[in-house]
Design a protein around this ligand. Structure first.
Ligand code: SF4
Length: 348
């Protein structure tokens, strides 16, 4: 990748600018401090999946009206860590210290894993590196269709390419500049044909007129595209954001209806739809998924409590560690990922 570091290291550094300005300026940076950590939404009062995140991209060219980045990354640029070797070194150190457990590591916490792949080539390098790791799997999560440069790589099944999916009308109204649903599905099919496991994230589910039909049709279209047994994991979540985001959303996306719904403040300082509505949305989606998805594929809720799991699935994992173990077990049994059969003690 040609270095844009000097090219774009402009005077935007400390100025607070409109969040949209930062989506237009691409800057490569060196890794600063620790890039690998636990997902920032981890909270002991909710059942978290304990995925790890590699902060290798900061900001995103897309414009989802619910995106927390509009309230978080406002220094006027999009940054990509270009010294991949130092990222790799950090991952190697971390995963080799706990050889008995499987690490799921995603690059999507502060941006989209693939939206800038044409410019950076970062994901391809990470896929190559993870293909040789015994106890880690990479997750690249996207709302793009930028997959063609990845199709011929020797990934050895150690990278899951995931899509964040939503009802077509939500994509149109609240996920501006992302790939339309048909493009995402066509990219998903290419990735599946190239042998990658596919991850599905129905998150954030958004309450809107016709949501039942919208999500039922979405599930139908997904499984017309990829066989459900090729799915590595499936998450379900609903709209949530920090209360101070409400004004940002209304100012930045005045046509969005996101902030019209009744929402309640949770222990993690985020607002969500009221519980009966969330449960009814999750049950509906889960019911649609169960028409297609065989036993053994892990379906989980993102940032929900134990009682909501019970209401939706009729069971709950005991702890975040238990859920982490269930991922490892499912991946080991279905894809032989993880080298050795996982034992629960290694995850508590
Ligand atoms: S794709 Fe993700 S990171 Fe990008 S704007 Fe949408 S929510 Fe934000």
């Amino acid at each position: 990748m040609k270095s844009k570091r000097q090219l774009n290291q402009s005077s935007t550094n400390s100025r607070k600018v409109n969040f949209r300005d930062g989506k237009k300026r691409l800057q490569t940076i060196a890794k600063k401090g620790e890039a690998l950590g636990t997902c920032a939404t981890f909270n002991e009062k909710y059942l978290c999946c304990r995925v790890h995140v590699l902060r290798s991209v900061h900001n995103c060219p897309f414009e989802c009206s619910y995106c927390f980045l509009q309230n978080y990354l406002t220094d006027g640029s999009t940054k990509i860590v270009d010294d991949i070797d130092t990222l790799i070194h950090e991952v190697e150190n971390k995963v080799s210290a706990e050889p008995g457990r499987l690490f799921r590591i995603g690059t999507w916490e502060l941006g989209d894993s693939l939206a800038l792949e044409k410019e950076s080539g970062q994901a391809a390098k990470l896929i190559h590196f993870f293909s040789g790791l015994k106890n880690a799997v990479l997750e690249l999560k996207t709302k793009s269709d930028c997959v063609d440069s990845l199709l011929s790589l020797d990934h050895r099944g150690k990278t899951v390419i995931s899509w964040s999916l939503n009802a077509a009308s939500v994509i149109k109204n609240d996920e501006q500049r992302t790939a339309p649903l048909g493009h995402r599905l066509s990219a998903m099919q290419r990735v599946f044909r190239a042998g990658y496991p596919v991850g599905l994230h129905f998150d954030p589910m958004i309450f809107h007129e016709g949501w039942q039909e919208g999500y039922a049709s979405l599930v139908q279209r997904v499984f017309e595209t990829v066989p459900p047994e090729r799915t590595a994991w499936i998450s379900i979540g609903s709209l949530r954001f920090n209360p101070e985001m409400r004004k940002k959303i209304e100012n930045n996306y005045p046509d969005s209806r996101l902030t019209c719904a009744e929402m309640v403040l949770g222990d993690d300082a985020k607002v969500r739809y009221v519980k009966p509505l969330r449960v009814s949305m999750y049950r509906h989606l889960y019911g649609e998924l169960k028409k297609h998805v065989p036993q053994g594929i892990l379906i989980y809720l993102c940032m929900e409590r134990w009682d909501v799991w019970d209401k939706v699935f009729g069971y709950h994992p005991d702890t975040a560690g238990h859920l982490d173990y269930l991922f490892a077990k499912s991946l080991y049994e279905r894809y032989s990922i993880g080298d050795i059969a996982p034992t629960r003690n290694d995850y508590e």
